[in-house]
Design a protein around this ligand. Sequence first.
Ligand SMILES: NC(=O)c1ccc[n+]([C@@H]2O[C@H](COP(=O)([O-])OP(=O)(O)OC[C@H]3O[C@@H](n4cnc5c(N)ncnc54)[C@H](OP(=O)(O)O)[C@@H]3O)[C@@H](O)[C@H]2O)c1
Length: 259
Amino acid sequence: MKCLPKKIGIIGTGHLAGFLVEGMVKSGADCEFTLSPRGAQTAASLTEKFGAKIGTDNQSVIDVSDLIIIAVLPDIAKNVLEGLKFTNSQVVLSTMAGVSHATMSELVSPASTACTMMPGLSNSLGIGPSILYPNNPVAESFLKALGPVHTFTDWNSYQTASVFGGFSGNTFIFMKQIIDWFISQGLDDITAKNLIAETLRGNAEALLQSPLSVDELISTVATPGGITARGAISLKNDGADKAWHDALNAISQKIKSTQ
Ligand SMILES: NC(=O)c1ccc[n+]([C@@H]2O[C@H](COP(=O)([O-])OP(=O)(O)OC[C@H]3O[C@@H](n4cnc5c(N)ncnc54)[C@H](OP(=O)(O)O)[C@@H]3O)[C@@H](O)[C@H]2O)c1
């Protein structure tokens, strides 16, 4: 992590800011956070738990930071950033879904700019993947402390990949639906939650470690005429594959409509 600056500022002290500060502190990285004062309750809690400082206003956060993370909601990005002053030695990392690199570069000039997307919660555990556009050693070393990093050299591919941010949150909704079914059939809450989470963690690890393609893996677990095949037929008949396809298209359209 030799490119990681010590002084990191965050504009937008909400849920994501909390995950980032927690993940960095747990990683043992030698850095100090200064947070913007809005989201006062979260800021106070991050000060108490992790020793983060709180700026008097957004400009004061920028003035003491070498890496500045922008984590406000995408539709207020312009209003928040217009009028703030950056220097050419600073790096600004935008976490805002859909706000384009071109727009960010204009808003924070002369600082250098990069854009990222991440799941958030798993980054607080140091295992959340991030995507990054374009390559930026400072931003990359920050994200690497929070999980694996995938760097993109063209904006269109980055935008497509950023759909995974919405997909990530939807997997929690998916897991809740499955957990609730087991509970409705009489399993206790903890067993249902652990069984589903452990199954998905194990399968994800198998996918990451196996040399086989996804189709080959499926053929090893789906015994012809067995229970996986029975479930797959029901899912197909009820349009589950189309529903996921449509959801990913909807997330993609929302990202592309922000700019
Ligand atoms: N949550 C995630 O896991 C996640 C993951 C990836 C990317 N993101 C991206 O991260 C961004 C933030 O998401 P979030 O979930 O953290 O949202 P959030 O919890 O609503 O946090 C946004 C924060 O921005 C603050 N804010 C509002 N106006 C401001 C201003 N003028 N100056 C400074 N701060 C201001 C809000 O303060 P008040 O409460 O006082 O209004 C709030 O604390 C979004 O663009 C989202 O796309 C989030």
